[in-house]
Design a protein around this ligand. Structure first.
Ligand SMILES: C[S@@+](CC[C@H](N)C(=O)[O-])C[C@H]1O[C@@H](n2cnc3c(N)ncnc32)[C@H](O)[C@@H]1O
Length: 386
């Protein structure tokens, strides 16, 4: 595909996303219908689509809010003259209209930061002086991290084995298990070391959260919002635990048994009734559903889909989950509350309110990570039961 044809493909996909399709689904559908596109084309189109979604507000201000406008705005933001690519020849987008050629006003601060107006006060309050740098960081592609299963393989051994398959990775200070992949990331899924369960794709901040948990061999541990089980498996690699996983949507844990087997671990999946039967636990991790604001680099659509009503509903759900898991913790045990949110209303405020509702509980540790630390934004509060 020519560079212009890739732009046309991205425009078509973005139009579908703006009409309500998920980016992943729209990219998959386009890929299936475009057998002519090679792997380089697919990767380039994917990058164009995700960049436009991360920078949706600024690109729209520079080009217009539609697939064509976003791609146009993205070219202008990069200092590329769109006229050379929007030629109308072959599969290129049509030439610019007179309206598209009209000068645009300079970007406002929030436009330039790709920040929704309604959320800016909360993000400013939550992040303080880190507000602008964090919002800037969220406009760029997230790094790729691997978690090395250090129960079975050292970081250096993993690094060398990856290098043999042309995957270049370096240790990262956020977590002792983390390798940041600097080249060859697309080869990871097909690599032998991945098939053997010695490495998993996992953000470094997620790894740091698990590293901060007081896990000791022999403990009974419940991952209450397990999802795909990224943190469940990271906990399994830290110590020999009796490990249980639950999720309100059991379908999300579908791949967990296979992933656990690949890692050489055992995890018992529990439905709601089984959770009560198996309680109490020495540690319950509640990696709660949240705005996802810490991971907007990876899932940029979530930034534009979030509304005030949705945020309120998420906060109510988080409080409900905290109240449900508290009685599952053994006396003196721990409840670890985590979110990938940057908003204090989902983090510190949620924990403060829990401590008021549950006298006797004590906060033992609390950490806030932002993309400025290298990985996704994450919050962890470790609470000790009376
Ligand atoms: C942030 S995700 C978990 C990610 C996962 N821990 C990981 O590391 O891959 C939150 C999960 O909470 C689940 N969830 C939502 N409401 C819940 C509830 N009331 N009880 C338990 N899980 C819930 C969602 O289905 C979702 O899988």
């Amino acid at each position: 595909m020519t560079p212009s044809a890739r732009l046309s493909a991205a425009i078509e996909i973005l139009d579908r996303v703006l009409a309500g399709a998920s980016a992943e689904q729209a990219l998959t559908n386009w890929g299936r219908a475009s057998r002519f596109a090679g792997s380089g084309d697919r990767a380039a189109v994917r990058d164009l689509v995700f960049e436009a979604l991360r920078c949706r507000r600024s690109f729209a201000a520079m080009g217009g809010l539609g697939g064509r406008g976003l791609i146009l705005g993205g070219l202008r933001a990069a200092g590329t003259d769109p006229a050379g690519l929007f030629t109308g020849e072959g599969h290129a987008p049509a030439p610019l209209t007179e309206e598209e050629l009209e000068p645009r006003p300079p970007l406002s601060e929030l436009e330039a930061l790709d920040c929704p107006d309604w959320l800016a006060p909360q993000l400013r309050d939550s992040l303080g002086e880190r507000f602008a740098p964090v919002m800037q960081a969220l406009r760029h592609r997230a790094p790729v991290f691997l978690r090395v299963n250090t129960a079975r393989c050292s970081l250096e051994e993993a690094r060398q084995r990856l290098a043999v398959e042309a995957i270049i990775a370096e240790p990262h200070p956020l977590a002792a298990t983390a390798l940041q992949v600097t080249a060859g990331a697309r080869k990871i899924h097909a690599s032998r070391i991945y098939a053997e369960g010695l490495v998993e794709l996992q953000d470094a901040a997620s790894q740091a959260v698990v590293e901060a948990l007081p896990l000791v061999a022999g403990q009974r541990v419940l991952d209450y919002c397990a999802g795909g089980g990224g943190k469940t498996l990271a906990m399994a690699a830290r110590a020999r635990l009796a490990l249980f996983a639950h999720d309100a949507d059991p379908g999300r844990m579908r791949d967990l048994p296979v992933r656990a087997e690949r890692a050489g671990e055992r995890v018992a999946l529990l439905d709601g009734a089984a959770v009560s039967r198996q309680a109490p636990f020495d540690l319950v991790l509640a990696d709660a559903p949240c705005s996802g604001s810490g991971s907007w680099r990876r899932a940029p659509e979530a930034k534009w889909a979030l509304t005030e009503a949705r945020l309120q509903a998420l906060c109510a759900l988080q409080a409900d989950i905290l109240d449900r898991v508290a009685p599952l913790v053994a006396p003196g045990g721990h409840l670890a509350y985590a979110t990938c949110s940057l908003l204090s209303v989902e983090n510190e405020a949620q924990v403060e309110a829990f401590l008021v509702r549950h006298p006797g509980w004590q906060r033992r540790d609390q950490r806030v990570l932002t993309p400025l630390d290298g990985g996704d934004g994450f919050f962890l509060s470790l609470l000790a039961a009376p």
